[in-house]
Design a protein around this ligand. Sequence first.
Ligand code: GLU
Length: 469
Amino acid sequence: MTPETPMTRKVRTRIAPSPTGFLHLGTARTALFSWAFARHFGGDFILRIEDTDVARSTQEAVDQIIAAMRWLDLGYDEGPFYQMQRLERYRAVIDQMLVDGTAYHCYCQPDELEAMREAQRARGDKPRYDGRWRPEPGKELPVPPPGVAPVVRFRNPLDGDVSWDDLVKGRITISNRELDDLIIARPDGTPTYNFCVVVDDWDMQISHVLRGDDHVNNTPRQINILRALGAELPVYGHVPMILGPDGDKLSKRHGAVSVMQYEEAGYLPEAMINYLSRLGWSHGDDELFDRAQLVQWFDGAHLAKSPAQWDAAKLNWVNAQYIKAMADDVLAPMVAPQMQRLGVQVTDGRLVAICGLFKDRCDTTVALAQWACGFYAPVKADPAERERLVTEAVRPAVALLADKLADCDWTRAAIASAIKEVLAATGLKMPQLAMAARVLLLGTSQTPSLDAVIELFLREEVIARLRTA
Ligand code: GLU
């Protein structure tokens, strides 16, 4: 599809997570695509919670999903809708289908179905429901066994094909012979997964369904049911899975797969959005772009047919670019909570400048927080590094520096002069003094320029740390 393709109906997309755990990166990516697509066409984006798996659904997972959507700032126009609050509606549709003859009761018991499948397998056939309770003109149905609650099955067409033009995969055609009569209500009357999705997409007037390609097998069934209901079909786009570096589907084994874990680990939502959008979609060679550009470009074209691979190093690079580009006073309030998680409270306004000095060398706000903590709480140097750099030869210079810093102006220029005076007085080279001072101040010799670092410390703190030499 191109941006010029006229839309015949209002664009309405949805994300429909099952609240059985945190928001998975793959679902977040689908949410992002659905959101961007709706925004691009001035349509609506809907959040639907598919909570009919009562045993595995939890309120905590719902809360986590909503928190992750909020963190990524994927605003939805409608919802959250909960399937468990729509049971009456599903029942009403099933009742109507029974009346219309597009669904029927089936009284087969589990052992009977098992025997049916056994016999089919023995004959070398594919196991499938044989339609014994399916009403046909002129067919005599068995007598319902007493005391057995029936399931409801959808009367799937027997012949012909189901085809759709998938936004991602192109034309897909499945023969109806591959599909048997799906159970749409269990013996207790509760509707099954594929059926709820269909009624929801219909009622919510979803125009485009973007979802993981693990749902491709559900689509022909859903299309047949939508047709039986006389509903307008959405356009489907099945996005390939995200794979881990080893080529398997991305899972916990590969590291964090929960969106909110990335917040904790110091990733910026804008960087996540940028990185996720490039997993399975592209706009030329563009790697760094903001949300507004994404919305401008995301028209449903250029979705990749082949799976994307998770690349932690690239995510870090993208995140680093966002950190570097971010104004220090915007960054500081994101770093402060990370410091708090590390047990350090920011008590003054120095953090903004500290962020400015260190952000170029950090790819997460956690890394930045670790540096910043060194200005507010004691640091521990690697003993070997300390012994190597804080030598007998350097100690008098460090002591002299502490003396000079005790009463110089607290500006970078004055601090630089004090350092130079110490070098002149002791005959040491800058690296000898600077490396030792850095280790004493921040625990490592790999820091930005010493005068800039010292300026961001409180005077007493610098002197106290240098005196530990
Ligand atoms: N609840 C499904 C899932 O979490 C989504 C189904 C759909 O998008 O149609 O995978």
